[in-house]
Design a protein around this ligand. Structure first.
Ligand code: 26M
Length: 832
């Protein structure tokens, strides 16, 4: 207890230094930038502060690892192709409890902490929600005191930077990594070799056992870079361990002549492309050899590292599942199952049955999609060229699987064909999702609805055979990142009213419920929202030179752009309002500011066209004198975590309008609701569960259910009929088709119009009247300020379920994990 108190006391003090000492230390650290205070830029100060804080993290990390050495801890290895971290310095200051004191100390030096924090650029090692979820989970694991490592790839170029030029998305290379990153530590001493290509051969070992050996064509070295992950008010620091590919062999023994050198350098560069770029989400992924190499590189590095760690503590491989749980974040890392089998059997001499037992008990698999086409399959031809030994193991796994299925379900040839790890149609290919299901002891979806789809549709055969493996683990997001760091005004108000425990136990927000009866509090809540909206308005005015009215309803949709998410349905609503104004300029409407942000997959032409569509409508609506500023449309370019943090707090309305049955979860809805936005949403993904929590009366639900969608599609759907029978819809479609938003060019948006009038796969035209009716109702309610404010407060008060802490606690059952107390920092390790 005494130690604990001392610890807290030290944490409250910026590195246990007086203001004068802090200044001295920070200025000394500037030397690492080669600068003196008089020449230092804000970025130099950012770097200096980052180094200072990082040193502090390193000490905690050392104590954390020391604890592991003395206790039998169970570690979670979270394997993910993406980790979308956002900025580190703000997060580290908050989690270490140093924010206030450092702010003060900086102020004493004449520096504004916020301005210094803004210097940090994020790495962008993820495309969107999947990668962001991984980082929220790392945050919660550390906060809850669970030993964990996030394994991924240290891409040199993360997700592209998006710029909008002439309304179109332009992709720019994200160059952030060119500058030194104070948050990562290279560990060449833990490098591993990853094999590719070649052939296999059979031999008999010393004990007379029949064995197989893989003779690779080439080897690539993986170098780990650690980034430390502190928990909130927790003594634990975990690591995110990202791997960089490095050439070995030819480059080490180059010829001395210049040409030989140049050839060797080129060869080295070619090999090292493995960790160069993060692929965007796209449907042609399966054909990309480099992507398959990346996936294997990641899992092989991770598994070799896990085995090293396990054995370094003197453990036998047989006990691996007792010490490590490995979570596969989507199907991308499913090849890990085969690689672990190979390592155990070929490199560690284990028999098949034992290896299978270990492997299955170690792996758990999360599925994040409802799109059958997004479930990876790799052609056998491509696969056998890169991983000849793995293909043999897959065949063996498949023989065993199919004989078991035949025994259980004789006479069900269809089931056998569907469950086979090999798709025998046309181009023979390997079904990675089947592999993930068979090779892990747990399969989970990310919401209740998606899990039902997995059980009764997409993975039905596996559910029939292994019902006990399936569970739903509803996604959650970090309240540290998406409330405290994004919206300090709101966080302070809440803390002032109910204390600060909610930050670690989000269900405590329930205590806010009674405050809806307190007019003063409601007024404060409203004023606060206005102030936060003003912050965003100032940003928009500065960067886009568009004036927005903070009294208008901020109606926001931010997420990866895709047809099924129906950003264009949102625009149809905007055009409906515009048409009403054009027909009657004096019509009374509730002023709205429509805000969009999100990237489109570079190869998805329709998503790119939707971005152009939003911007084209903005160009017309924003300047039309009849509109008189009552509607504004803004597309904020370059959506990333930093920008997201500005947007969520300012939203009044959160658009979650995917066609039911397509969005596995959606996590932006959680982030918006946590910041007091109300949701307009379909009964899809996480919306169902948000609605259940906040109550039907505090959620604007509209549109078809997943079941309705199924029935409608089965009965034959004719979009034309819906177009003809709704005059507002007809006017919207006709205005777009006429080229009105494209300077008279009727061809520009033709593909979009053809899509909705032709097949309308995502049922825009069916949901349109429901959506408009719901929006009209929202416009009415927004005018009743008190009612809206009470609904907003209730949304926040009831959002506790969607904390990533709750999600991680639910995953505990899968992992059989526990919290491990960390020793306090010994006084001699405190910064002096
Ligand atoms: C879909 C259609 C066409 C082409 C590609 C896709 C597709 C590609 C990748 C769909 C999903 C893909 O990856 C999985 C993924 O990112 N899923 C997202 O995971 C989030 C975290 O669980 C969820 O919140 C999102 O709903 C889900 O889309």
């Amino acid at each position: 207890m005494q130690m604990r108190e001392r610890q807290m006391q030290l944490d409250e003090d910026p590195m246990n230094l007086s203001a004068e000492q802090f200044k001295q230390v920070l200025n000394d650290t500037l030397l690492r930038q080669g600068k003196l205070p008089e020449t230092a830029t804000l970025h130099d100060y950012y770097m200096a502060l980052a180094h200072l804080v990082h040193d502090r993290l390193l000490k905690r990390w050392l104590i954390t690892t020391k604890t592991h050495a003395t206790q039998n801890v169970k570690n979670i290895a979270y394997l993910s192709a993406e980790f979308l971290a956002g900025t580190y310095l703000d997060n580290a200051l908050l989690n270490l409890g140093l924010e206030q004191s450092v702010r003060q100390a900086m102020q004493n030096m004449g520096l504004d902490l916020e301005t210094v924090l803004q210097q940090e650029n994020e790495l962008g090692l993820g495309n969107g929600e999947l990668g962001r979820l991984a980082v929220c989970y790392l945050d919660s694991l550390a906060t809850l005191g669970i030993p964990a490592i996030g394994y991924g790839i240290r891409y040199e170029f993360g997700c592209f930077n998006q710029e909008i030029r002439d309304g179109w998305q332009v992709e720019l290379v994200h160059k952030c990594s060119l500058y030194s990153n104070p948050w990562e530590i290279p560990h060449p001493e833990w490098a591993v070799d990853v094999k590719f290509g070649g052939y296999t051969e059979v031999y008999t070992d010393d004990q007379g056992q029949y064995r197989v050996r893989w003779i690779p064509e080439y080897v690539i070295r993986g170098i780990p870079f650690d980034t430390l992950i502190p928990g909130y008010q927790s003594d634990r620091v975990n690591a995110m361990r990202l791997w960089v590919a490095e050439a070995v062999g030819s480059f080490d023994d180059i010829a001395t002549d210049v040409e030989g050198f140049v050839d060797a350098v080129n060869a080295k560069a070619a090999v090292e492309t493995i960790s160069k770029i993060l692929y965007p989400h796209e449907d042609r992924m399966q054909h990309r050899e480099l992507r398959l190499q990346q996936e294997f590189f990641l899992v092989s590095c991770a598994l070799q590292d896990v085995i090293r760690l396990h054995r370094s503590e003197g453990n036998a491989l047989e006990t691996l599942p007792e010490r490590f749980a490995m979570q596969l974040n989507d199907t991308y890392s499913a090849i890990a199952i085969v690689e672990l089998m190979r390592l155990l059997i070929d490199e560690h001499g284990m028999i098949w049955e034992d290896a299978w037992q270990i492997s299955q008990s170690t792996f758990a698999y999360t599925n994040h999609t409802l799109f059958p086409e997004a479930l990876e399959q790799w052609s056998v031809e491509l696969f056998s060229g890169l991983f000849p030994r793995h293909l043999e193991i897959i065949y063996e796994m498949n023989d065993r699987l199919l004989s078991q299925v035949r025994l259980q379900s004789p006479n069900e040839q269809g089931r056998i064909e569907r469950m086979s790890l090999i798709n025998e149609q046309e181009e023979r290919s390997i079904r990675m999702v089947n592999l993930a299901c068979v090779g892990s002891h747990s399969i989970n979806g990310v919401t209740l609805l998606q899990t039902e789809f997995l059980k009764y549709d997409i993975l039905k055969d596996f559910y029939d055979v292994y019902p006990g493996k399936f569970s739903s683990q509803t996604n959650g997001v970090s309240p540290r990142r998406f409330m405290v760091l994004s919206n300090p005004r709101l966080a302070n108000l809440i803390t002032r009213k109910i204390g600060e425990n909610w930050i670690k136990n989000l269900n405590e927000l329930k205590k806010l419920e009674v405050l809806i009866e307190d007019p003063e509090f409601c007024n404060e809540w409203h004023q606060l929202k206005q102030a936060v909206k003003q912050d965003l308005a100032a940003y928009i005015s500065e960067h886009y030179h568009v004036a927005v009215d903070v009294n208008s309803l901020f109606d926001v949709q931010t997420k990866y752009i895709h047809e099924y998410r129906r950003q264009h349905l949102n625009v149809f609503h905007i055009i409906t309002l515009y048409n009403r104004i054009k027909a009657n300029p004096d019509i009374e409407i509730t002023p709205r500011t429509f805000i969009f942000a999100g990237k489109a997959s570079p190869d998805c032409s329709m998503a790119r066209l939707v971005i152009k569509f939003i911007n084209s409508v903005a160009d017309v609506v924003n300047v039309d004198p009849d509109v008189r500023g009552r509607i504004k449309v803004i597309f904020l370019q370059g959506f990333n975590v930093k920008l997201a943090q500005r947007i969520y707090p300012a939203a009044d309305l959160s658009e979650q309008i995917s066609v039911a049955g397509k969005e596995a979860s959606g996590t932006s809805g959680m982030k918006f609701a946590m910041n007091g936005a109300l949701t307009i949403g379909t009964l899809d993904g996480a919306n169902l569960e948000i609605l259940e929590q906040v109550g039907e009366e505090n959620f604007f639900r509209f549109g078809l259910t997943a079941e309705d969608v199924y029935v409608l599609k089965a009965s034959g759907y004719n979009p034309w009929h819906f177009y003809q029978n709704n005059h507002e819809l007809r006017e919207v479609v006709d205005r777009i088709a006429s080229g009105y938003f494209a300077n008279g060019n009727a061809n520009l948006f033709k593909p979009m119009i053809d899509s909705v009038l032709g097949r309308d796969e995502y049922l825009l035209l069916v949901d349109y009247p429901f959506y408009i009716a719901c929006q009209d109702q929202i416009s009415q309610i927004y005018r009743d300020r008190d009612r809206w404010t009470r609904m907003s407060i209730l949304n926040v008060a009831r959002i506790g379920k969607f904390s990533s802490d709750r999600a991680i606690q639910d995953y505990w059952q899968i992992w059989n994990a526990r919290s491990v107390p960390i020793e306090s920092m010994p006084p001699e390790m405190v910064y002096r």
